[in-house]
Design a protein around this ligand. Sequence first.
Ligand SMILES: *Cc1c(COP(=O)(O)O)cnc(C)c1O
Length: 407
Amino acid sequence: MLRINPNFCRLESQYLFADIARKVAAFREEHPERRVISLGIGDVSRPLIPSVITALHKAVDEMGTAAGFHGYGPEQGYAFLREAIVAQDYATRGVSLQPDEIFISDGAKCDLGNFQELFAQDCAVAVMDPVYPVYVDSNVMAGRAGELTEQGWNSLIYLPCTRENDFVPDFPSTRPDIIYLCYPNNPTGTVLRRDALAAWVDYARREGCLILYDSAYEAFIREEDVPHSIYEIDGAQEVAVEFRSYSKTAGFTGLRCAYTVVPHAVRIHDGKGGKVSLNAFWNRRQCTKYNGCPYIVQRAAEAVHSEQGRREAQEIIDGYLANGARIANALRGMGLEVYGGRNAPYLWVRVPADTTSWGFFDRLLHKAALVCTPGVGFGLSGEGYVRLTAFGSPDDTTEAIERLRTL
Ligand SMILES: *Cc1c(COP(=O)(O)O)cnc(C)c1O
């Protein structure tokens, strides 16, 4: 009998953003005269930088010539981009990697969702709480998360991140095999300082765990003692895979390019007493299921690594960070506790004691026509917080701040 994969039936429908959209639509209907400003968007808003546009035009023209045409490319990505990444993103930070440890793709979300395929069904998985939903849902689809209960998925190990532990997760009481860490963090906007990240690398080495490190927001880091890469920590190349993306770094959310670093030094049990190279298995997986990121997009990504490209991309990020700082000031002026926002485009705001995540969402919507994201939508430890983003335009940010001040 044709039957749907039962693991997919366990997934909850994605009600968070649907619920938000429904509430906003109802508010607009009741108050057509009020302009709603969203501080909830998780997408960039500024256009692509000139360096990227120039590289795109050039690559498009090349594709129209017999000499410059590119068909199927290497599944792992072109050498020009893998070499630029090794030189610009890693060597400059004292990290030594080989180009064949870099795998180019069309998104970190796909890579993060796909990577769990390499692990046995009974591996124990730890995630931060609150959490970027992809890590959880992809393991649910693989049948690795167990059943959904009042406390979350009963086979997942949750690492609560709250004001009580300063958003630095404690080591779990049960040993995980795989640990997803995301820093700078979505949704909380908080970071791990060098000593805290080093402690997690030590833990993984001691306990034989693999860390899947999502550093999609590394380009927002402005403080010295916050590592951009997990490989800045000695020994991490044996226990960590790193995921990066041009989406937030250079506004590629619609263009699509990312990469995953799988060091040769990561070796995991084969179940027969030996060990295998994770790099070789990810390569095998990608060659079977993926045909590579488009040539013109990889040329555009290469341009982000040029001197001018880096400068242009950083100017845009500086603008987003400036928005975040202004919103944070306004909220603190209202007497609210605000976390994150300094090395990340997200602000994690503690709601007043008399309300909840959703209660505060309703208050902002009805009193100020502002949209935020209720923290509880990212996990149980997100109750009592809302997420605001700094991706709006400067003008919308200014108006949002004026409205906050009148609350
Ligand atoms: C935006 C984001 C990504 C990037 O995803 P892409 O598929 O590369 O656009 C990865 N991780 C987190 C936590 C994100 O918020």
